[in-house]
Design a binder for this molecule. Sequence first.
Ligand SMILES: Nc1nc2c(ncn2[C@@H]2O[C@H](COP(=O)(O)OP(=O)(O)OP(=O)(O)O)[C@@H](O)[C@H]2O)c(=O)[nH]1
Length: 889
Amino acid sequence: MNDLIIWLSGTNLHDLLWVEFKANMSFGENKRDIPEDGDEEKTVVGDGSDPMSLVYSQQEGSLSREGTLVDGNGGSGSSSLDKFKKKRLNTSVQQLRYNENKISLDRAIVEAIESLYDISSENKHRPIYYPAEAEDDSSLLLNSSKAHIALVRSNQNLSEKSVDKAKISKDIDETPELKVLRLNIKLGHSNTSNGDLIGSLDKSSIAAILEQKLNQQVRYLTNLKDRIDDTSSKVFVTGDLNAGKSTFCNALLRRKILPEDQQPCTAVFCEVIDANKENKGVEEVHAIFIDKEYDVNDESTYEIHELKDLENLVYECDKYKLIKVYVLDGRSFHESLLHNGVIDIRLIDAPGLNMDSYQTTQVFSRQEEIDLVVFVVNSENHFTLSAKEFIAAAAAEKRYVFIVANKFDNIKDKERCSSKILEQVKGLTPETHKNANEFVHFISSSDALERNGGGGGDDGGDGGDDGPNNDNDRGYPDFDNLEASLRKFVLEKRAISKLFPAKNYLINLLSDLEALASLNQKIYLNEIKKRTQDLEKQILPKYENALRDSSKINDQTNALTEKVCSDVYDFTRNEILDTVNNFGDSQVLPYMGLQYVYEYARSTQQVMINTIVSAVEKSEGYAKERTADGVDKIIKYGQSFLSEDFLNDKVFKSDLMFSRKHDMLKKNLSTSIEVSDFFDPSWESCLMWLGVPEGLVNSSKKQLEEFNPVNLLTSFTRSTSAIRDNIPRQVTLHTIYSSTKLLTAGALIRKVYSMSFIFSPSTLKRISGPLVLGVVGFSVFYLINDIPNAYPRKQARKLKKKIVELDYVHLNADRIAKGCRSVLNYPSRQVLTSLQTSIDKTIGVKQELEESIKESEAGYRYFKSFYDRIGIQKRTVEAIDLESLNNVD
Ligand SMILES: Nc1nc2c(ncn2[C@@H]2O[C@H](COP(=O)(O)OP(=O)(O)OP(=O)(O)O)[C@@H](O)[C@H]2O)c(=O)[nH]1
């Protein structure tokens, strides 16, 4: 029955462990009394009926009954427990603490896996920055193509390697050196420097490699968890070829079970297991096929052989991946390693390193699932390169490596040899060297086997539980010492051999994750700073300048276009009006006589129209010049705001202007010639024709000028916008002018009439006939002679009237100005479009930058919280105290 129940307060063993005795304190030898399963929180220790309580103080590492020390110096309760019982009790306490540590590590592994999944999904969303290090082929000690496993380097090696900081970020001063998450990117032989090649790998390529690495870590952690959950312990015996590994295993078993040969023979892993525990006490060999998963109940997964067949089986590495050797060990618990009565121990005889690269790789990878590594080195040869690499890798993970310098019997200068080997061990695994008494042994396995009675072949044990099975045991103290250390380490310091690798690995992994989180935080922070600076100091000012430039150039080109167009409009208008105003004062053609009067009229009209058309053409020429000048100026504006190349490839041909939109109205200017066109009697022309001095005529003409319709036309306001307003006024003045002339003529008639009283009717009768004739004759003569002057005057007035009717001045000025505008609009639009394109580009860059700042901020926030989380996890793992477990004696 279960007598002693040791239970934990909660799931963790914190400061106190309550140990409750339900019965008397007797401890049996039966192995069922001894706690075996590390998973159990409640451990049954012995039989009895009277319960009592003991208190365990973790800080003091001892037990007391109801607060009184049991295992202390002079505690009063110690008298009730003899030494043996105390030892057993403390073993139980160790087991409890082992369980507590195991549970804590289990939980930490689960949390670490969650963190790996978390960072992996972050990596998929936002590739994380990662310090990747290129590794040249030449730096790989294993040159196999299959040697792809992540080799754990010694710390020494790690510190020697320089990391290319520039590839992470030039702004980050310190690039962390990662231990387990380090990426060794294999680049092969190349003339290009590794740094350059790494630099050529983009962020997403490194992120993809990291993804694989993270998945690898999850798998590894899962294995690690299985390993600490596994209640058995595996002792892995490896070493160089022919170092005597099989002989050493046989010496431990006290039987020649595994084949020994001077030629390399072990090519398949051989796992030696206590047949009593796992094979119903039957000694046999299960050779597991290379492509099958071992299932002891499924014989298709393995072949059953006798022990003696091992000789041949160990060579067949192409057929078998593992050979399970079930043996019986008849020795007592305190002697046997396999049959120790505490935990299941398996002994694994591995192929020699350097047998071939595949086997070497296998040995390297399997050591990861092993609790204790025993490395057998041939004392005559010392350590090979592979051996050094293996020991460094194993020590980095497990802290201690058991080193057996075998074939010591062949060494003459034993002292020199041992100090040389110890020196090498010091360089490879300082922790092991510090405890060399426990972990480094100089022996002869063949002698041990011989002296301890194992030379008799594989005749098997007798299955007895008590005492040695051979009476001829002549003893071999060095080997006994080794065996005792091995037993002690495996049985009593299991926390170190089994849990330490998990704790060590977790701390390394969490440190790497912490370093990555810290690096990424820094990089994201730098990114935010730099991008915000870029945004504020470059992009935003550029954007605002572009907006300002665009509005400025828009104003400038608009003003220039308006100026050119209004100048051209005014020029055209003045040119036509001036031309028209000059008509009528004189003949435009020589008068050839009355018989050519019609030709004279036709030609005069044509000359006048041509002169108007020439004025329009002159205006077009002026417009071309002004437009060319305007185009030039706009291009120069554009070049000053954009680039020298702006519209450099375009040539403006001003000659082509108005080639399509020319003066369509000119054909409407000609009028029909009427008889009245030839007569235009007026006092001024008559007086001048009579020979009155021109000055006198002019003074009288001056008085009339303000009523002259020509002057009315020239008195138009120069402002183009007022033209239309003036037109009704001209008409009114013209009307007034005409009526004034009529009034003047009426006054003259009245004068003649008032003077008629001095003439008597007879006188009048007498002179009236000749007078009338004279007046008529004079008038006819005057009118005929005045034709060359009268016609141009009349024609000028008719043309002026026509021009007003056709709105000829405005329409032509407007046509020419519009022509200029449409030409000038082209470069103006080009400038604005180019500026807009540049604004759009800047807006794009601005938005991109703002987006990337947001992303960096999200990345920063993620890594900040990830860093905190990992920090808590790391501190929890660090607090798991594996060392003090071994202090409980
Ligand atoms: N003198 C001497 N010979 C030994 C010792 N241990 C092993 N041998 C001999 O060394 C040879 C190789 O021994 P094994 O045990 O087969 O060596 P191994 O390391 O298992 O060989 P592989 O598994 O093939 O790599 C055998 O002939 C052994 O008898 C020793 O301590 N002293």
